[in-house]
Design a protein around this ligand. Structure first.
Ligand code: SF4
Ligand code: SF4
Ligand code: SF4
Length: 533
């Protein structure tokens, strides 16, 4: 594991301030209020061998060395990198036990936010997914199992089919007599993406994550026979060998977009919205736009990469159709076109329009989706859960007789193979995972990605931090995760008496609700537990 030496760290002095956007710092004309630290750092000084490794590993410069390790608790974000790297395992980073007087209305979080905004006068930023205590619907859905009257299947003895095809399917196929007694397919099939298991990686751009992190994800996708997604960052030259399994994204900033880019990938994705920040654009600070990022995004070094909130050439379904067909023309109709939207209140009608506009795949991103940076107020209060979005979109497309015209990818809070199985039963063809893949790389969900100082080398462009990720090792861990979830999905399918994941898609009758209010169950199209077929 590469180490940062102390001189290098000193050379990086002030790096956090460089990366932190202006509006997250106290204004010069304001004396900041005292705000207690969120975490308290302790080490066992008896066991400490004074190796300084913890000091070198902290990307946030919370630790320093003056004869012994000293901690600035206010800078500690609870990323636990120092704990993991301490050879004596003598560090404990724990939530600050300080208590404020409880108040049912004014939670400590609300109070701290007000104090912080009194200091800064700015928008509060955050990273990763929505952690507000909304009900997690996945946790209140249970799957069926075979008993007596219907046999289950043992996936260790019987073949299981997890292969999934993403794209437009024909309503029926017509056959012609071929040479001799053979039959030939007469129906012209639209391009489909074949994935070995119903998992794809969520869009994460080079810029928002480091190149080694993106490379690890791309390598895992190639190894597992699934797809990764460039996000809005263009396709880095080093990742060209993995372009065959890449979904190349075209978002509102058009970063890195050109005809060669569209043709390099397996599919093209038009990004309209993101679950973590529906309705708003993105901002990669100029400090993170290094030479390599600038070349990949096709923007000047050091310039802010601003993604507008809307795509400025799309103000209607008709405009979207024009872009979809422009991309199809540019790729000779050989690549499926996906449209990614955030899950919002009117998602079913929007999805119907997207299918009619010619999209082959719809990517539904629920409000728990991850992000490198988003205003906290947007992340926590806009959008709807993916469970509901998938269920209503699947139902609407079925009612309109157009369900086969597009595949659905469910994203935004898929944490396990159980969530994956439930999402598929609610109507998804496949799921996308982003946060889970980063967790497999070492992320501890400290939610400070927007600072650019990730100690784990994931959400940063600082070469001293990014080199902490070995793409080969990372790819192995992520591929293991995909293999593990796939094996568990086979177990679930076997218990349901199914031997193909296709048979689970949209089978809401194999789900039951526990502790979910009747109106939500009604929207989901799921019966309460205890009610039979
Ligand atoms: S890494 Fe552990 S052993 Fe080394 S200086 Fe830090 S606390 Fe001490
Ligand atoms: S490495 Fe992480 S947990 Fe350790 S002191 Fe730094 S910020 Fe805190
Ligand atoms: S990627 Fe890094 S900064 Fe972001 S949540 Fe994970 S550990 Fe924290």
């Amino acid at each position: 594991m590469p180490q940062l030496d102390l001189d290098t760290r000193d050379a990086l002095a002030g790096a956090e301030a460089e990366f932190a956007p202006d509006h997250t710092r106290p204004r010069a004309d304001v004396v900041p209020l005292y705000s207690p630290p969120e975490f308290v750092w302790r080490n066992d000084t008896e066991r400490c061998r004074r190796c300084k490794r913890c000091v070198m590993q902290c990307g946030w410069r919370a630790l320093s060395w003056q004869d012994r390790v000293g901690a600035d608790h206010n800078k500690c974000v609870g990323c636990h990198r120092c704990e993991a790297m301490c050879p004596e395992k003598c560090i404990v980073v724990a939530p600050n036990p300080q208590h404020y007087k409880p108040h049912a209305l004014w939670s400590v979080t609300h109070r701290k936010n007000v104090w912080k905004q009194g200091d800064t006068g700015g928008v509060l930023l955050t990273g990763m997914g929505n952690d507000a205590p909304y009900q997690v619907i996945f946790d209140h859905l249970v799957l069926d199992a075979c008993q007596v009257t219907n046999p289950s299947i043992d996936p260790l003895r019987e073949p299981m089919e997890l292969r999934t095809f993403l794209g437009r399917k024909p309503e029926r196929v017509e056959l012609d007599a071929g040479p001799g007694s053979a039959l030939a397919l007469k129906t012209r099939l639209d391009p489909n993406l074949e994935i070995a298991t119903p998992i794809v990686f969520a869009p994460m751009s080079y810029g928002s994550i480091s190149l080694p992190a993106q490379k690890a994800i791309a390598m895992a996708a190639a190894e597992c026979g699934i797809l990764w997604n460039t996000g809005e960052g263009g396709l880095h030259e080093d990742l060209r060998p993995y372009a065959h399994c890449a979904v190349v994204q075209c978002a509102s900033g058009r970063f890195g977009v050109h005809a060669g880019y569209f043709n390099a990938g397996a599919a093209v994705e038009i990004k309209i919205g993101q679950g973590a920040k529906p309705g708003i654009g993105g901002h990669l600070p100029g400090e993170k736009v290094s030479l390599e990022v600038s070349q990949t995004r096709m923007i000047p070094v050091g310039s802010d990469a601003l993604s507008p909130a809307p795509q400025h050439d799309i103000y209607s379904i008709e405009d979207l159709r024009q872009l979809i067909y422009a991309i199809k023309e540019a790729t000779d109709y050989a690549k499926p076109v996906c449209v990614k939207i955030a899950a919002v209140h009117n998602v079913a009608a929007i999805a119907s329009g997207i299918v009619r506009a010619g999209a082959d795949i719809i990517y539904l991103d629920g409000f728990r989706g991850g992000t490198g940076a988003a205003p906290t107020v947007i992340r926590d209060h806009l959008g709807i859960p993916v469970e509901i979005a998938v269920a209503v979109v699947d139902e609407r497309l079925r009612q309109e007789g157009i369900r086969n015209q597009a595949s659905l990818i469910a994203a935004g809070g898929i944490r396990s193979s159980a969530d994956m199985a439930k999402a598929i039963a609610l109507g998804a063809d496949a799921v996308a995972i982003g946060t889970a893949a980063l967790l497999a790389l070492g992320c501890t969900l400290c939610q400070k990605c927007y600072t650019g100082r990730c100690s784990w080398g994931i959400c940063t462009q600082d070469p001293e931090l990014t080199r902490r990720i070995d793409p080969l090792v990372g790819a192995r861990r992520i591929a293991n995760l995909v293999r593990a979830w796939s094996a568990e999905l086979e177990e679930i399918l076997g218990a349901l008496g199914l031997n193909a994941v296709e048979s689970l898609r949209g089978s809401k009758e194999r789900l039951r609700g526990l502790d979910v209010d009747p109106s939500t169950l009604d929207v989901l199209g799921v019966k309460p537990a205890g009610v039979g077929a």
